[in-house]
Design a protein around this ligand. Structure first.
Ligand code: ATP
Ligand code: MG
Length: 205
């Protein structure tokens, strides 16, 4: 899967442009960090890539339209369900048998440093574990495009590092992964970098 954008720019209503002139060529198997100051339009760009917000200017070409997944800043899971169940379900939804789904989910949990938490209920996971689990779940669904907004914003440095390691493990799969972040460690864990500051438009004085 490939997603391209040309001349992308956005503003809300008559407000000043947040960014202009953004060209993108995103490929599956790669992970893209979107950085820039608060308010520079990172989350807005994710919404445009998802097709939820129409850009004020420019084009987005999704090719053969694929599915879109989101991993939000505050991890939401099903409290009583085990970590393993959270990752098994997307494989089942894609048509895997239960034994196949469990085997593939176990591999993914291991990649994300959660093998020892497989049978733990979601409500008993730490913040970093829950965030890693939801990344694993997002990848298990194998969306064409996986959007991740500020995955380490709520986490301390050591816990963030484990999430960043997990993002490193997200590359090389079938999805294009785009991660909005303020965290230098997250940026460095991604294969590519989109710096919104380069596309900022100074408001007229
Ligand atoms: N639906 C909307 N209507 C009007 N303005 C909006 C809307 N959504 C976002 N904005 C404004 O657009 C600007 C960019 O918002 P956005 O959430 O994309 O920034 P961000 O780079 O993700 O910031 P942060 O790092 O704080 O998450 C902000 O000034 C925000 O207030
Ligand atoms: Mg944001």
């Amino acid at each position: 899967m490939r997603l391209t954008a040309t001349g992308l720019g956005h503003r809300f209503g008559e407000q000043p442009f947040l960014f202009r002139g953004l060209d993108l060529d995103l490929r599956s198997g790669r992970t893209y960090a979107v950085t820039g100051p608060s308010g520079s339009g990172k989350t807005t760009l994710l919404s445009i890539l998802a097709g939820w917000v129409a850009p004020a200017e420019g084009e987005v070409d999704r090719g053969e339209a694929g599915t879109v997944g989101w991993v939000f800043q505050n991890p939401h899971g099903v409290h009583q369900r085990s970590a393993l169940d959270h990752v098994v379900l997307p494989f089942l939804a894609r048509g895997a048998t239960r034994s196949d789904a469990e085997a593939r989910a176990a591999v993914l949990l291991d990649d994300f440093g959660l093998a020892h938490r497989a049978e733990t209920s979601f409500s008993a996971l730490s913040g970093g574990e829950a965030q890693r689990l939801l990344l694993a779940r997002g990848l298990a669904a194998a969306p064409a495009l996986l959007l991740v907004d500020e995955p380490t914003a709520q986490l301390d440095r050591a816990t963030s590092a484990t999430v960043n390691d997990a993002l490193g493990a997200a590359a090389g799969r079938d999805s294009i992964v785009v991660v909005a972040t303020h965290d230098v460690g997250t940026r460095d864990a991604c294969t590519d970098h989109i710096d919104m500051a380069r596309f900022a438009v100074a408001p007229p004085s």
